[in-house]
Design a protein around this ligand. Structure first.
Ligand code: CA
Length: 231
């Protein structure tokens, strides 16, 4: 399972599938949308780590949607990279003014695109390195599949690892069981919601070995959140 999920919004199918193939080769999980309407359906279920947004879309332009996303509390933290055509200098400036994080001009080399994506992901917050995720004194290495708390390496199974990885990259926010299922197990997984509780309990037990269990909090009636601050 890849560490980062990217939403590609592009109406031209050839470009969309090219992007999808290239980015999957670089270990990103790709969600594809041919329109803003399709993208909205995906966003209702899944919060991607980054949106690659074509500037020229039918019905609603990239700038209009960028403005909507950046004024919506749920989505404003998702970095946006605009895909623009050559020579649309004004569009680029406008896009950046509206809150887009970067732009890439078509035609672009896959190598350039991937390095722009990585740079934006790094700038966007907790990610210091693509293989190293940190939250306070907890660090997780996605290549070695290891977790270190306050200098001590801890034993962790694959599902709890993915769950912890999600929480470390999305701290201080409440997620319900269904959101956690989508984000950690994937939308196609056929798993009951109470399975989430089982893995939360296991992860809490793992965290307890380093006195960090209180960071994995139950928010009654809503779900779970991960935070060093108590509610
Ligand atoms: Ca287009």
């Amino acid at each position: 399972m890849s560490q980062f999920t990217l939403l590609v919004v592009e109406d031209e199918e050839a470009i969309r599938s090219m992007l999808s193939i290239v980015l999957q080769q670089h270990n990103f999980t790709i969600l594809e949308a041919a329109s803003v309407a399709e993208a909205k359906v995906i966003l209702a279920d899944t919060l991607p780590d980054l949106i690659l947004l074509d500037w020229m879309l039918p019905n609603i332009t990239g700038d209009e949607w960028t403005r909507q996303l950046k004024s919506d509390e749920t989505y404003r933290d998702i970095p946006i990279i605009l895909l623009t055509a050559k020579g649309e200098e004004n569009d680029k400036i406008r896009g950046l003014d509206l809150g887009a994080d970067d732009y890439v001009t078509k035609p672009f080399s896959p190598k350039e695109l991937v390095s722009r994506i990585k740079a934006v992901l790094r700038r966007s917050g907790k990610i210091h390195d693509l293989t190293q995720i940190k939250y306070q004194d907890i660090s997780l290495n996605t290549e070695q599949h290891s977790v270190n708390i306050n200098g001590t390496e801890i034993d962790i199974s694959p599902t709890e690892f993915r769950l912890l990885k999600f929480f470390l990259t999305h701290p201080n926010k409440v997620y319900n069981r269904s959101q956690l299922l989508d984000q950690v197990w994937g939308q196609s997984a056929y798993i009951e919601e109470r399975t989430v509780d089982v893995h939360i309990r296991r992860l809490r037990k793992i965290l307890a070995s380093s006195q960090r269990e209180s960071w994995l909090q139950t928010v009654r009636g809503f779900g779970y959140r991960f935070s060093e601050k108590q509610l």
